[in-house]
Design a protein around this ligand. Structure first.
Ligand SMILES: *[C@@H]1O[C@H](CO)[C@@H](O)[C@H](O)[C@H]1NC(C)=O
Ligand SMILES: *[C@@H]1O[C@H](CO)[C@@H](O)[C@H](O)[C@H]1NC(C)=O
Length: 291
């Protein structure tokens, strides 16, 4: 019996070794365990301290460190929760006050929109989990992770949940849906899965920015990623910035949903993120666990 289980352990270790290739990191958005909240408000080498959040807010006020274990992709690093409240009204300029949204998103410090994170072949890793104490309102549409091109005219891919504006009214809103370029017609659903609570949903999204393809890997909890799609044609040109957070859209907005739409008051909503990193996949390397 002892010999038998040792053999199993050995085989399991070999399988893990096979799965954990060492790919080259392009950026690392994983938060060290000793990182204090105040660090997010000043240049910290991980996230942009200034954007994206409601005018007058600070990241130290809207980021939480939830008592959950690290994700599959964390390595002595901690999950971080992004929250929104009634003050989460982003105002990039005096004339652009986005009253139609409630939003807060982390941007990677080195990802300025023209950097190497959106050239060649790169695989973005991230994990998302619900916070039972800060549930989203699934009557609304939410964007959780997206690449916004450098001219701010499209999202080349976007992970959404809730009731998708203009989407199938009969669809289950409690779903994670990864869409391709939102300006492409028809809109391409790359992958979707039930947004089960109490567990991390792990994603890796490989973008070949030369061939304009996107490939999706996914798993739950501590399971290694599994390939979910082949490399699918998707217009991921235009570089840009990766966003990680909560962008809640209003209901019944008109032609400018950034400024119009119903947003109910007294909200306290959040999503937990773990294991954000981007790796170079130009040699075909894709980490199925932590890198
Ligand atoms: C946090 O831990 C890392 C190693 O894990 C160390 O390099 C760094 O100096 C520590 N920072 C602080 C502020 O303690
Ligand atoms: C969810 O949003 C809708 C539309 O804004 C609102 O009518 C409803 O009260 C909200 N539900 C909760 C639980 O806040």
């Amino acid at each position: 019996m002892y010999t038998h289980s040792s053999l199993l352990v050995t085989l399991a270790s070999l399988a893990t070794l096979g799965a954990s290739q060492k790919c080259t990191l392009q950026f690392d958005g994983r938060v060290p365990k000793n990182f204090s909240a105040a660090k997010f408000d000043t240049a910290n080498g991980i996230f942009n301290p200034s954007n994206v959040m409601g005018k007058g807010l600070k990241f130290s006020e809207i980021l939480k460190t939830p008592a959950v274990q690290g994700s599959l992709f964390d390595k002595n690093t901690q999950p971080i929760e992004v929250t929104i409240n009634d003050k989460s009204i982003f105002a990039p300029s005096a004339t652009n006050v986005q009253t139609g949204f409630r939003r807060a998103e982390l941007l990677i410090a080195s990802n300025d929109g023209k950097d190497a994170s959106t050239t060649g072949v790169k695989t973005l890793h991230f994990s998302v989990m619900k916070d039972a104490a800060r549930p989203l309102n699934l009557t609304h549409e939410y964007q959780l992770v997206f690449l916004e091109d450098s001219s701010f005219s499209t999202n080349q891919f976007v992970l959404k949940t809730g009731t998708i504006l203009g989407g199938d009214a009969a669809a289950d809103p409690d779903t994670l849906q990864l869409f391709g370029n939102v300006n492409s017609k028809p809109l391409q659903t790359l992958f979707s899965t039930k947004f089960t609570e109490g567990v991390f949903h792990n994603f890796a999204v490989t973008n070949d920015f030369n061939k304009k393809t996107t490939q999706v890997f996914y798993s739950q909890g501590k399971e290694a990623l599994k390939e979910q799609t082949k490399a699918l044609a998707n217009d991921n040109s235009g570089q840009g910035q990766f966003h990680f957070g909560v962008l809640k859209k209003g209901l019944g907005g008109g032609s400018d949903i950034t400024k119009e739409g119903i947003q109910e008051a007294d909200i306290d909503e959040g999503i937990i993120y773990g294991g954000i990193f981007n790796e170079d996949s130009s040699t075909g390397c894709v980490s199925l666990t932590a890198c």
